[in-house]
Every structure is written in structure tokens, then in C-alpha cells.
Design a protein around this ligand. Structure first.
Ligand SMILES: N[C@H](CCC[C@H](N)C(=O)O)C(=O)O
Length: 291
């Protein structure tokens, strides 16, 4: 199958963007994996697909597949690139669009300075933190932002504690003293696949520099460590605010660039993420039918 694609990146988190507004390509998980493969395909952390509006009140459907071919609920950096793509391709003349994802509707807005601000939706935070009940995890983190202290008995190097937050997709955030020195390649996959997370989880490692500045690395579910993770930045700031360590507007320095996250901390307050969205190149590729 011969297809056209657009390569994009948001703070170094990179994507293959597919336009299915004129019809479905019908790709398989193996074909998504092929597109994401950095040696045999195009190479990307996620594959983003644009589909026509599925319902009144939303402008497009936004579909996300990780590099491992699995479909997931949300991708924050991808949402900024999604908005840039549909506007630059003339698929809409709106600068604020509403897109339907598996985890609900989000609203990216193209801003005059060339960045994109996204209303990432309402993290539903339940009652004050309660002792973590692993049996409830699968039910609780699919659609809610839940914050629990969670002591993970990670095999070597040591007992770690993570804060579990969902932004539609699941995140386990660990506070570390020096994110650049932390063994993310070792601990990240252990957290991602820990038995406590039946859907697996995105493992975030947050260094708090002051109440408005942080550094973050994320070992992403289904993609490995990426240069930035938008929902991971949202989840990390929510966790930091819940722990009383951060103010309502926080700069998150990632290895691929700067994201700014704002959240007032109330149960009715949405999380807002601002960051870059760049088109890298347009391309075409032949995808093998049998993979
Ligand atoms: N790996 C994530 C999806 C992509 C999230 C990330 N790229 C972002 O910018 O939010 C997951 O499995 O939930």
C-alpha cells in the first residue's frame, strides 16, 4: 500500500501524521509498527491519524497509536501537531479546534506566537489520597486523574514510590533529585510493566527545581523514553501540585524542549498545556501488505 504522510514533532516527541479525512487506510498494528520503525519505516514515537468529525460539537477524530502498534487514549504533544496539521492543510479555518479522542474531547488552540495551547480536559481528582488499592487501579485510571501514594516494590535498584495520575492515559510519576543522572533506562521499563499496572503505564521522573520550574524525563508506555511527553508533563505537574511542591503554572524542561503546564488544582479545573508543534517533512512510503 502506497501512502502519503507528514512527519511532525512537538518538543522532540515525533510523529507520523496520516490524513484519513477522505477515507480509511485500514492499517494493522503491524503496519503502524512498520511506520514507527526507525530502521525499516519512517520512524516515530507515535502515529497520529486525522479522521472526520464523529459527532456534532467536535471538528475531528484524533486517533493515536504507539510505536508498538497499540492504540492509546491520549497524546498531548501529538494534539498540538494535530492542530497544526489540520490548519496548515486547510482542513479547517478554526484556530481553536475540538477533537474527539478515546479519552474524551480536548481543544487545541493555535496561538499567534506559533505555539499551541491545549485544554487537556478535566482531571477528575477524587477524595483526598487514600491508601493505594492495586485491585482498583485498572478501573480507576482509565478515565480519571487519580493521585495515590504508591510504593512499588521495583526489583533492583530499590523500593520506589510513585504518584499515579491519569490524563486519560495512565502515568506513574516519581520524584527524583537529579533527572539527568537517574537510571531511567533501568527503572522506566520496570515501572511501565509492573504488575500493578494491568494496562501498563507511562513512567515519569520529575525533578522539582523550584515552585515554577521542573525537569522531566518519561519512559513512555509502548514507545520507550521519548524526548518529551505532553500528557506526562501534565501528569507530573498535577502530581507536584497535589504534593504541595508546585504553583499553578509550571515550566517543564524536557530533553526535547520546553512545555508549560497550568492547573489551578480544583476538581473542576482543566489542565492546560502549551508548547511547540513543527512540521519536519512530507513523504510517501510503500507499506508491505503482509507484515
Ligand atoms: N505513550 C503514551 C501515548 C503518547 C503520550 C505522549 N507522547 C504525549 O505527548 O502525551 C501512552 O501509551 O499512554
Amino acid at each position: 500500500m502506497h501512502i502519503r504522510f507528514t512527519k511532525m514533532q512537538g518538543a522532540g516527541n515525533d510523529f507520523v501524521v496520516l490524513d484519513e479525512t477522505q477515507g480509511r487506510l485500514g492499517l494493522t498494528a503491524a503496519q503502524y509498527r512498520f511506520l514507527a520503525d526507525r530502521h525499516f519505516g519512517v520512524g516515530a514515537d507515535q502515529i497520529l491519524t486525522v479522521r472526520p468529525s464523529p459527532a456534532d460539537g467536535v471538528d475531528f477524530e484524533y486517533v493515536i497509536h504507539n510505536a508498538d502498534g497499540g492504540e492509546v487514549e491520549q497524546c498531548g504533544n501529538g494534539s498540538r501537531c494535530f492542530a497544526r496539521f489540520v490548519y496548515d492543510k486547510g482542513l479547517t479555518d478554526k484556530t481553536t479546534i475540538r477533537v474527539q479522542t478515546l479519552s474524551g474531547v480536548i481543544a487545541p488552540q493555535l496561538t499567534p506566537d506559533g505555539r499551541v495551547t491545549v485544554d487537556m480536559g478535566l482531571p477528575v481528582l477524587d477524595a483526598p489520597r487514600v491508601p493505594f488499592d492495586a485491585s482498583g487501579l485498572a478501573a480507576a485510571t482509565r478515565h480519571r486523574a487519580q493521585v495515590w501514594p504508591l510504593a512499588l516494590a521495583a526489583p533492583a535498584p530499590a523500593q520506589v514510590e510513585v504518584v499515579v495520575v491519569s490524563m486519560g492515559n495512565p502515568h506513574a510519576v516519581q520524584l527524583v533529585d537529579d533527572v539527568d543522572q537517574f537510571p531511567v533506562a533501568v527503572v522506566g521499563p520496570q515501572v511501565e510493566r509492573h504488575v500493578r499496572f494491568p494496562q501498563r503505564v507511562n513512567a515519569g521522573f520529575l525533578q522539582v527545581q523550584n515552585r515554577a520550574q521542573t525537569k522531566l524525563r518519561v519512559y513512555e508506555r509502548g514507545s520507550g523514553e521519548t524526548l518529551a511527553c505532553g500528557t506526562g508533563a501534565c501528569a507530573a505537574v498535577v502530581a507536584g501540585i497535589q504534593q504541595g511542591l508546585l504553583d499553578a503554572r509550571v515550566d517543564v524542561q524536557t530533553r526535547g524542549g520546553l512545555l508549560t503546564i497550568a492547573w489551578e488544582g480544583g476538581a473542576q479545573d482543566h489542565v492546560f498545556m502549551t508548547g511547540p508543534a513543527t512540521t519536519v517533512f512530507e513523504g510517501q512510503i510503500e507499506i508491505p501488505d503482509a507484515l
